[in-house]
Design a protein around this ligand. Structure first.
Ligand code: ADP
Ligand code: MG
Length: 571
């Protein structure tokens, strides 16, 4: 996992080297400071040479101006490195989510995905910046400081590191605990996100059932879970930080007392004592740093693990290596012994055989839940069949690139999904390089032009989030206009007019009939009047395809379709 983490540094090698080398120079200067001080006290002071004192001070000053500049580099370029890596990861994650198949979205909460793309990567960026640099510098200064302390006075140096094992124990134990806490924190913030997403996008339902209090209570539960998880982490963190602080102060005092005794007995000069005490600080500073990394590391890695979980989940439906582009399909669709299930427990389709010829209009009818939508979502490969095969114009759809397959299938559903933006943008979603004339033509064909002309902003009218400023019929016509632009040889209308009143339905039906011309069209419909003109009607029940034939033929047959027909027309 660590190796994979480091692979994200590759594109930013230069930045990393610049930041890293500056940090090393800063650390070396810091190491040199106490030596300079003790030399100053022991050698320079007794000489009484003012000129030398001023010169040395000026030299020190210059060195520290330089060091300050380098600190800026370390800080700014270090953060730049972190944010660059974070941005790369975020982009990769988004691209990967775009590639995922329907089943992934069926099983993943939107809020969880959002939280991975936003929050989870914050700490990761910080870790990418601080991680390797700080660890290296810390180890280096620690060894450097200890080595210099040994050369000053071995006994005193050993006393100074006496407390180290205890310190290490504290840091390791706290780190394990924090690791767990931060991982809880991430899952619970993802839940908070999921709740927000759910209740905000469902706000109309919430309010119409006056369930605000219920939603608030549910949110509070998640919100508090997040708080508690974070609190546990912070408690452990504070404990560990104060522990470290206490131990470093304790050791400073011990060094002072023992050092004083050594200097009384003539084993240590004053300068050396001062230098030594300064080194105790240099020695323990890396421990502060390491413990900060210890805090950041589990946080960042918890985020990285969650990041990898998505990156590593292969999209279920993807192109084979030798998938072919098929430029223009005519629309002969054949299902051969197709079986399919969404999950292991229940099979939805079993041994379905269908033979649809190019240009035909086929209607699917049957009870809700029978599998009509499922049959249609197998054609654009939203899911792959579990058994059997589907071919279009003789090509197994698994051998055609997803892009060329899907670009030739148009789907209009009962609930239309529109994007926040203008009417023009939403129509143009069907063909992103469409000209203005094409857009107007599509709107006309969808019987939408008149409505658009009546709006003060016309095509530039903002339709609100998911098109909430439009009526059901307007949304549906917009979806149809989009389809006129896309102009696919295969068209699927999945209860496209079921949610509309009869009058609106009639207007839209006209547009749909227009749209269906010269294409292979599959219509799923509730109202049997809408499928009168279909070439063939297929009755789907939970047991599979029950009847198949022309409208009048099926009525004559006196089976399921005939009885459905009787129910609808006997009012
Ligand atoms: P129809 O369109 O005929 O009303 P569907 O094809 O939508 O029926 O559904 C067929 C069956 O598959 C139903 O039992 C439904 O619960 C189930 N189903 C539909 N979509 C999913 C899904 N995304 N995940 C799991 N089960 C599903
Ligand atoms: Mg359906």
């Amino acid at each position: 996992m660590i190796r994979r983490f480091f692979s994200y540094y590759k594109p930013h090698k230069k930045l990393f080297l610049l930041d890293f080398s500056s940090a090393v120079v800063v650390a070396v200067l810091e190491l040199a400071f106490p030596i300079a001080v003790s030399w100053f006290i022991d050698k320079l002071l007794p000489s009484g040479d003012w000129q030398a004192i001023v010169l040395v001070s000026l030299g020190l000053f210059t060195v520290y101006v330089l060091s300050t500049l380098l600190q800026f580099v370390v800080n700014y370029w270090g953060h730049k490195l972190g944010i660059n890596i974070e941005t790369d990861m975020r982009q990769e994650l988004f691209e990967h989510v775009q590639k995922q198949s329907f089943r992934f979205f069926d099983n993943t909460k939107t809020g969880h995905i959002m939280s991975r793309i936003t929050n989870d990567l914050f700490d990761l960026g910080e870790l990418a910046h601080h991680g390797p640099e700080d660890v290296f510098i810390a180890v280096m200064t620690f060894i450097g400081a200890f080595w210099i302390m040994l050369t000053i006075n071995v006994k005193l140096a050993l006393v100074a590191v006496l407390i180290l094992p205890l310190l290490a124990l504290l840091v390791v134990v706290c780190n394990l605990k924090m690791n767990k806490a931060w991982s809880h924190m991430y899952t619970s913030i993802a839940d908070v996100n999921a709740r927000v997403e759910d209740s905000v996008s469902g706000s109309r339902v919430v309010q119409s059932f006056t369930n605000e209090d219920f939603e608030i209570a549910r949110f509070q539960k998640n919100n508090h879970k997040y708080r508690n998880a974070k609190l546990v982490g912070y408690r452990v963190m504070s404990f560990s930080l104060s522990g470290i602080y206490m131990m470093t102060r304790l050791i400073t005092i011990i060094v002072l007392v023992y050092g004083a005794w050594l200097s009384f007995t003539g084993q240590l000069s004053y300068g050396e004592l001062v230098g030594f005490v300064l080194y105790v600080n240099v020695l323990f500073k890396p421990i502060d740093k390491i413990s900060a990394i210890m805090e950041l590391y589990p946080k960042g890695m918890a985020g990285f693990k969650r990041f990898m979980e998505i990156i590593d989940s292969e999209p279920e439906v993807k192109d084979t290596d030798d998938a072919i582009e098929v430029a223009s399909l005519s629309g002969d669709i054949v299902f051969k012994d197709v079986s399919f299930s969404y999950d292991q427990q229940k099979s939805v389709l079993e041994d379905i055989n269908l033979d649809i010829r190019a240009g035909e209009t086929i209607a699917f009818v049957g009870p809700s839940g029978a599998g009509k939508t499922t049959i249609c979502s197998l054609i654009p490969r939203f899911y792959d069949v579990s058994n059997g095969s589907i071919t279009i114009d003789g090509f197994d759809i698994r051998n055609i690139t997803k892009k060329s397959l899907r670009s030739q299938i148009g789907i209009v559903q009962q609930d239309v999904f529109l994007f926040t933006g203008t009417i023009r943008e939403n129509i143009a979603y069907g063909k992103r390089d469409a000209t203005d004339e094409e857009i107007v033509k599509a709107a006309k064909s969808a019987h939408l032009e008149k409505f658009i002309q009546s709006l003060p902003d016309g095509y530039e009218t903002e339709i609100g989030e998911r098109g909430l400023k439009l009526s059901g019929g307007q949304k549906q016509r917009l979806a149809i206009a989009r389809m006129f632009l896309k102009n696919p040889p295969i068209l699927i209308l999945d209860e496209a007019t079921s949610a509309l009143d009869t009058e609106t339905e009639m207007v839209i039906q006209e547009a749909l009939n227009e749209l269906a011309k010269n294409r292979t069209t599959l219509i799923i419909a509730h109202r049997l009047a809408t499928i009168r003109n279909a070439d063939r009607i297929i009755v789907v029940t939970e047991d599979g395809i029950a009847e198949e034939g022309g409208h009048d033929e099926l009525i004559e047959h006196g089976g399921i379709f005939a009885s459905l027909h009787r129910v609808q027309y006997q009012q």
